[in-house]
Ligand binder design. Structure first.
Ligand SMILES: Nc1ncnc2c1ncn2[C@@H]1O[C@H](COP(=O)(O)OP(=O)(O)OP(=O)(O)O)[C@@H](O)[C@H]1O
Ligand SMILES: [Mg+2]
Length: 368
């Protein structure tokens, strides 16, 4: 990296620090705080002491090149992996709740309440408990639906827990208790509500596997919303969607944020989706956070540009329009470097060559 690019990076960081006279929501009222998270797989450190906050009621995007560690972070905070180190705090109730967080941490318990607010230390909890008690729901990079069940059945299965509670966990309850029948009706109402919102009501009785890809992605979101999450984590929801479906996804996520107050944490490669709907963007590269801020500051952060554009042949990159301004800046710096190199022919450019790491407008095929 040249001194000039480094200077630009330092300048960018300083600008972020001075611009924030009023602390952003994710600092004042974080629903989720990830603190010094480390995840090792044998010799590979996929996440390296990562810290970030997710604002209550925000759409927060976690972005970064392939293999940056995004899905691993999701797996840690939804209980699929036990983190090697770190603390993950989920808060029910506003503010930082520092005293309660400290009390629960010191007590060795998994969660605690002061009567008004509750906090959950997700790194100590199992996946089921995180979904049911901490109210964190997720979708997967690879769609995971019950393909043989109908669309409606998929949404009812998601509400298995309240139904079982209403049954008193007994067969007699399932057949006899009025509370079970009320809960069953409520579950169907909720399913129908989300089928309407996700434009799937006409397919309610079809097997989930028969739906087109984009509709299956919406069904996954509907299924998650049926569990009434406070935090919805979506792993590449726009992957494989066409532009119309992407626009519908944007509208759905804004509806979930604005009408239900659900906080959304989103992994996404589709920069059209990310830049349009995100209140806050966190950028990972090689398991480290390299940028954190609103879309404007992240978009013009030279570290982000360098992470995404560390390629040899620019024609191989499908660059979204939203990064065009960013590219111009890189172009200016590179043009200047080239002029300097021409005037000093013995000096080769020192720009690091890194593996091709691409971003694309339409996302990419899902993987585990
Ligand atoms: N279960 C695992 N065992 C070993 N290594 C893993 C495991 N899960 C992830 N990794 C490695 O951790 C690193 C981060 O992977 P991860 O899937 O979190 O990246 P990602 O940012 O989600 O990438 P993508 O955008 O391609 O989905 C990769 O090097 C990956 O090979
Ligand atoms: Mg991933």
């Amino acid at each position: 990296m040249t001194a000039e690019l480094q200077q630009a990076i330092d300048g960018g960081v300083a600008m972020h620090a001075t611009a924030g006279a009023v602390a952003p929501r994710w600092e004042q009222d974080p629903i989720l705080s990830v603190e010094n998270l480390i995840m090792r797989f044998g010799g590979l450190v996929a996440v390296k002491s990562l810290s970030f906050d997710v604002g209550r009621g925000d759409i927060t995007a976690l972005i970064g090149p392939n293999g940056a560690g995004k899905t691993t972070v999701f797996n840690c905070l939804t209980g699929f992996y036990k983190p090697t180190e770190g603390r993950i705090i989920m808060r029910h109730g506003s503010g930082l709740q520092g005293e309660l967080v400290q009390q629960v941490t010191d007590s060795g318990k998994r969660f605690g309440t002061d009567g008004e607010n509750s906090i959950f230390l997700l790194e100590r909890m199992a996946d089921q408990e995180i979904a049911q008690k901490a109210k964190v729901a997720r979708t997967f990079q690879n769609i995971r639906l019950f393909g043989g069940m109908t669309v409606l059945e998929n949404l009812l299965v998601a509400q298995h827990n309240p139904l079982m509670i209403a049954s008193g966990f007994s067969l007699a309850g399932v057949f006899g208790l009025p509370s079970y029948h009320r809960a069953e009706e409520a579950a169907i109402d909720k399913a129908v509500y989300w089928l309407e919102r996700t434009n799937l009501i006409d397919r309610a009785d079809d097997p989930a596997a028969d739906l087109p890809y984009g509709a299956q992605r919406r069904l996954e979101i509907a299924r998650s919303m049926c569990t009434d999450p406070l935090l919805l984590c979506l792993d590449e929801p726009a992957a494989g969607l066409n532009p119309r479906e992407s626009a519908e996804l944007n509208a759905l996520l804004k509806f979930i944020r604005d009408e239900h107050g659900t906080s959304v944490l989103l992994i996404e490669h589709d920069m059209g989706v990310v830049m349009e709907i995100s209140d806050h963007i966190i950028v990972l590269d090689y398991g480290l956070k390299i940028s954190d801020g609103d879309s404007q500051s992240v978009r013009s952060d030279p570290k982000v540009i360098a992470a995404y554009l560390g390629v040899e042949e620019e024609e191989e990159i499908d660059v979204p329009e939203v990064l065009e301004g960013v590219l111009e800046k890189v172009g200016e710096i590179e043009a200047k470097e080239e002029r300097e190199m021409t005037s000093a022919p013995d000096h080769r450019g020192t720009r690091e060559k890194s593996a091709k790491r691409s971003i694309s407008r339409s996302g990419k095929g899902g993987k585990a």
